[in-house]
Design a protein around this ligand. Structure first.
Ligand code: UD1
Ligand code: UDP
Length: 359
């Protein structure tokens, strides 16, 4: 049996790789190398536990200091293990620093790289994730985009060989775990949200949190929304740190809590009136759960979901007037109902195939 290494290191990578791991385990001797980019228990161990995943063989303590030293540290540590273990391939997912480190370390040792969720493009190279994606797609020996748009982006960048479609693993993870979440989660009771119309929000992107002007815009948006609905924010540690650094805070009536486990978060998304988020994973998850989503970004790699009418951009670059107008018109009860009711061409969800068909 060939030995394959999966290199992951953040919450979304654990979640989005979870549907693929059991199938890989059937065919290969599979080992997980966890970089420790996300090290807080709630962003790492708790997610492994919720998804009942295989324990990583290696746990590298590559905490974030700044991006370049973190990347260097990860490459060095990953390379050392790959030299000892010599796997037949290294599988990485998405667009984080862990993804890039895993791909570079393997490539320099002539170990083929497999990239899952390749070809996604936002067009904004100021985002670290966009550059990570582009670089890893170029390095990869096999690319697995999840739709025709992403495949097209790869072709445009002259990546023509070994492209295979693999259904979206974030959506697959929701389908597999929502029933379990309903049985196990007590989160609505814990925060007294049962039967309540509430808005769920998360924020974590560097392009949003590093910039105090954008953070202030987010606070303004949340403040306005919270005048109408209860707002719950499971706050990413990065955002907590940067709000403090810029001496900013959210209004007192907004419920700010630590991040929650994946099963709890599925329930929070499903029962929310709508969601405001800059998360990549939440775009797919909210679509499957049919909860309207407002993406707090100037652009997204997911124009398809916006075209469907199930999500809309609420742009940090807008002035106060445009923002308030948007809240009044597009975040109104009627509009949310309309977004929820859209059935139309649910083409991107129509496929009955699941991950099994492709492995
Ligand atoms: C990373 C990814 C981003 C992904 C996000 C998912 C990169 C460039 N960014 O961003 O693509 O969407 O993860 O959440 O790889 N921190 C903790 N505990 C942790 C992890 C981080 O407290 O377990 C704090 C630290 O102060 C750290 C900061 O959050 O400095 C940022 O963490 P980092 O891993 O650099 O990036 P994320 O913002 O989490
Ligand atoms: N998530 C979670 N608990 C939370 C917030 C998010 O389990 O408190 C999950 C969410 O369901 C999604 C993933 O974490 O699958 C998204 O992570 P994040 O937004 O940090 O990263 P991105 O998807 O933008 O890379």
């Amino acid at each position: 049996m060939k030995k394959i290494f999966v290199v992951i290191g953040t919450r979304p990578e654990i979640i989005k790789m979870s549907p693929v791991l059991p199938f890989m385990e059937e065919k290969f001797k599979l080992e997980i190398l966890y970089t420790g980019q996300h090290y807080s228990k709630i962003l790492s161990e708790k997610i492994f536990e919720d998804l009942q995943l295989k324990i990583p063989k290696y746990y590298l303590n590559s905490k974030s200091t700044n991006s370049s030293t973190q990347l260097g540290d990860m490459i060095k540590k990953i390379s050392k293990i790959l030299v000892e273990e010599l796997p037949s391939a290294v599988v990485v997912h998405g667009d984080t620093n862990t993804t890039l480190a895993g791909a570079l370390a393997a490539n320099k040792l002539n170990i083929p790289v497999v990239h899952i969720e390749s070809g996604a493009r936002s067009g904004n190279k100021n985002e670290p994730e966009e550059l990570n994606r582009i670089l890893v797609d170029q390095i990869a020996f096999i690319n697995f985009p999840f739709d025709a748009n992403s495949k097209h982006s790869l072709l445009k960048e002259n990546i023509r060989k070994n492209i295979f479609l693999l259904p979206n693993t974030a959506r697959e993870a929701v389908k597999r775990n929502i029933k379990i979440a309903k049985q196990k989660s007590q989160i609505l009771k814990r925060y007294q949200l049962e039967g309540t119309k509430y808005v769920l929000s998360t924020l974590h992107r560097a392009t949003n949190t590093n910039n105090p002007t954008v953070l202030k815009k987010y606070i303004l948006l949340i403040e306005k929304v919270s005048q109408q609905y209860k707002v719950l924010i499971p706050m990413h540690p990065r955002t907590k740190k940067l709000l403090k650094m810029h001496d900013l805070s959210l209004p007192k009536n907004v419920k700010v809590i630590p991040p929650v486990g994946y099963l709890d978060f599925l329930i929070l998304m499903q029962k929310a009136f709508y969601i405001i988020s800059d998360s990549g994973g939440v775009v797919d998850e909210s679509l499957v759960l049919n909860t309207p989503l407002f993406i707090f970004r100037n652009e997204t790699e997911r124009d398809d979901v916006i075209s469907l009418g199930k999500a809309a951009l609420v742009k940090p670059s807008w002035g106060k007037n445009a923002l308030f107008k948007f809240i009044k018109t597009k975040m109104s009860d009627e509009e949310i109902k309309r977004m929820k009711d859209i059935r139309g061409s649910f083409k991107i969800l129509a496929s009955k195939k699941n991950v099994t068909n492709y492995i």
